[in-house]
Write a protein that binds this ligand. Sequence first.
Ligand SMILES: [Zn+2]
Length: 181
Amino acid sequence: MQKPKAVHQLTSAEFDEMFPDEEACKAYLVARRWPQGVCCPRCGNPGVYDLKSRKWHWQCSQCAPDGYRFSHIAGTIFENTNKPLRDWFKVAHLMLVSKKGMSALQIQRFMGFGSYETAWSMCHKIRAAMVEDIGKLGGIVEVDETCVGGNDKNRHIDKRSGKTGRGAGGKTPVLGAVRQG
Ligand SMILES: [Zn+2]
């Protein structure tokens, strides 16, 4: 039996290189979330249409008579916030790389957020998703395979789907991994 490989956690320099701007974050989220192509988050229909008028928006005509419109963040914890994805990614990354964990106050100071509540709420949502429903992080965080058994739904996306987007090797580095169980 092959020993599962630990997930490579991004360094700060790698983070900056991978996520230079908001567009890069959106593209990454879409690639991680839908490695085989965008599907409707509501009904799973893979035959969705690009909305020509709005980038990062799609339409599913299967689960709503007038068409269900959704964006890259629909159904994730990044929905309904006024913070850019890059801030979310950075906070999640900070939480994962700090060995002792970071307090909301430390996150607020590090990120330069005006309000403590914002920092607290982001930390809370990220932590809750890591524990309860990792899918709500849109695939940007994985479950470390060294700590879980052969549960299929926890398999690395790279292994299920082959290549996604970036790099000649076709392997997209993951933002970070969480230990469960
Ligand atoms: Zn649908």
